[in-house]
Design a protein around this ligand. Structure first.
Ligand code: AMP
Length: 278
């Protein structure tokens, strides 16, 4: 496995790879890898000749009071895990390499970013699209892999690809969980012991909410009541929306999503399921 830090070197690898007729699968990450990321590599390996994983803590998607500086980083550990999973190339550029100058042009996630995390983190998804659009061009990927754990991100990226004819397909990966149901996340290391014990309740609450939604009851109040007094974190939102349109009107697929701010970690989770139309 090779680790590439410059755009020039990445482009040379892409040219050589495409020249030999291989397809490229891209797994964009912010590193501090866990089994969620690895499951995306596995999927990418099954469907492409070569797999490139980007590891880049993207400053453009963090707000001024967010955790950019203390986001966990460990490139050596990531290199070991990515290599074991069969990754061919890690692309780990510096911020200066990715953003050598202030962009004159911005990409906006539009109304899809008005709900859920987008409503709480202004500019976050514009920053995600900025880096993802660059990665798509730089890697010339045939397929790019994203987890449903970040379901709003996935919906927004799918929308950009469709609206602007990016020549690749977006592939979805299921959320990988700990045995107790907690969604794997690089940020879980920042949970205190007590918070770690509470964290699986998010998934339990969503399961009860899903059942309620299917039975025609209000899932949001079910989730809220279940968590009330049982977690120390503060609920940022609980919402039921259509998926992937993220509209209030639900027919077909729905997403029940939650965000909870614990002391040092903001956790998100969701379930996507079918609700009968009204
Ligand atoms: P991140 O490094 O957190 O930005 O995540 C990189 C990619 O891995 C994104 O597409 C995420 O949706 C995906 N991902 C993160 N956590 C999980 C998980 N528990 N299961 C599946 N995919 C995940």
């Amino acid at each position: 496995m090779r680790t590439i830090e410059t755009i020039q070197e990445l482009k040379a690898w892409v040219k050589e790879t495409k020249g030999s007729g291989e397809t490229i699968g891209l797994v964009p990450t912010m590193g501090f890898l866990h089994e969620g990321h690895i499951s995306l590599v596995n999927k990418a390996k099954a469907e492409n000749g070569r797999v490139v994983m980007s590891i880049f803590v993207n400053p453009a998607q963090f707000g001024p009071n967010e955790d950019f500086d203390r986001y966990p980083r460990d490139l050596e550990r990531d290199q070991r895990l990515a290599e074991q999973a069969g990754t061919d190339v890690i692309f780990a550029p510096s911020a200066e390499e990715m953003y050598p100058r202030e962009s004159q042009i911005s990409i906006s996630a539009g109304a899809l970013a008005d709900v859920l995390c987008g409503a709480k983190r202004p500019g976050h998804f514009d920053g995600v699209l900025k880096v993802v659009a660059k990665l798509f061009h730089l890697t010339e990927a045939d397929r790019a892999y994203f987890g449903q754990k970040d379901a709003q991100q996935l919906a927004i990226i799918e929308s950009m690809v469709e609206d602007y004819n990016f020549p690749l397909s977006i592939r979805r990966g299921e959320t990988v969980r700990e045995e107790d149901g907690l969604a794997k996340s690089s940020r879980n290391v920042y949970l205190s012991e007590a918070e770690r014990r509470e964290a699986p309740l998010l998934q339990q609450a969503l399961q009860l909410g899903k059942q309620a939604a299917i039975e025609g009851r209000d899932p949001v109040s079910v989730v809220r009541q279940y968590l009330d007094g049982r977690i120390s974190g503060e609920i940022d939102y609980i919402e039921l929306l259509s998926y992937p349109a993220l509209a209030k009107e639900i027919e077909g697929e729905a997403i029940l999503a939650i965000a909870v701010q614990f002391e040092k970690a903001r956790l998100i989770d969701n379930l996507i399921f079918h609700v009968k139309g009204n």
